[in-house]
Design a protein. Structure first.
Length: 311
């Protein structure tokens, strides 16, 4: 839903005011290029590049429907920008973060995020009926988004996003103890914890506002001297730690709910590249040392035999 809201905002606030007065068949690459040139004076190149992708997809659809003969965006150069380097935490930094978050109301969701790789929206949508502590697994069946200031529950966007994720024994043990604490709190308030209750609600027992969680996490990370770490980086941290421990990309891809293993490999390619030295070291332990002398001697004898053959 946030994606849809973002697209709607781009169209209504930027594209329509700038290009909406031009008839579709009269839309020229020069007009689009001029719009990009003006837009980058106020917006970042990355943001204008998003405008380009959205406009190009819309015009591509117009071509398929026969309204246009060619997509004018194909003749336009969008602004170039360099993406930010992905931030992942080392095991030592994870420990520092946990130490800082311990005692915080948000520690349970932070610990679970690093242990599962779930998206923030997936974590905030978890209910106790989605947790199977005996089978060491949890199910992603709904997500929580904040749309126009209101928190709403939705089904996961794709079939791969709706998935079952395995848990570590440590996480299962922690969630069992955490649930016991939640049950005690509910009894004090004269209520009982139900299967439909959220695993990570707000202090008031309502859906936890994603913005509040993000703000408090950023504050904790900064206090722990982990500058620039976002809550979403906990998902990247889960994936990197799994890769570094030798987990297969397909397993990680399924846990993250990615569209394909190829997508996972592309996102975390820099981590995989950094593992080559470690992989070669493991291979070196398995393979025997090469013996040069035997091969050289054999080649020498073979060469001598060939020279003695009459021509």
């Amino acid at each position: 839903m946030r994606t849809l809201d973002g697209y709607t905002s781009i169209v209504e606030i930027h594209l329509i005011p700038a290009l909406g007065h031009v008839q579709l068949k009269q839309l020229q690459p020069q007009a689009i290029q001029a719009y990009y040139g003006k837009a980058v004076d106020k917006l970042s190149p990355r943001t204008v590049a998003k405008h380009h992708r959205l406009l190009s997809q819309a015009l591509k659809y117009a071509v398929r429907q026969g309204y246009l003969g060619r997509n004018p965006c194909e003749l336009v150069d969008p602004p170039s920008w360099k993406g930010k380097t992905m931030r992942t935490l080392t095991p030592g930094e994870v420990e520092v973060l946990f130490d800082k978050a311990e005692g915080s109301y948000y520690y349970p969701v932070i610990y679970t995020a690093v242990s599962t790789g779930l998206r923030q929206a997936e974590l905030l949508g978890l209910r106790w009926r989605d947790i199977d502590l005996d089978m060491l697994s949890l199910s992603v069946s709904q997500v929580l988004y904040k749309r126009r200031g209101v928190c709403v529950f939705k089904e996961p966007k794709t079939a791969r996003s709706r998935r079952r994720v395995a848990m570590t024994p440590k996480l299962a043990l922690y969630l069992r103890e955490y649930r016991t604490e939640r049950e005690g709190l509910c009894r004090e308030l004269g209520k009982s914890l139900t299967l439909d209750d959220l695993v990570f609600p707000s202090i008031e027992g309502k859906p936890l506002d994603p913005s509040v969680l993000g703000h408090n996490f950023t504050k904790m990370a900064k206090e722990a001297r982990l500058e620039g770490v976002r809550f979403h980086d906990l998902r990247h941290t889960f994936a990197s730690l799994m890769l570094l421990r030798g987990a297969k990309p397909k397993v990680i891809s399924e846990a993250l709910g990615h569209s394909s293993v190829a997508f996972t490999m592309d996102v975390y390619s820099h981590i995989i590249e950094g593992m080559q030295s470690e992989a070669m070291a493991l291979l070196d332990e398995v393979l025997p040392a090469g013996v040069v002398g035997n091969a050289v001697a054999k080649m020498s004898r073979l060469s001598g035999s060939l020279r003695s053959v009459p021509r």
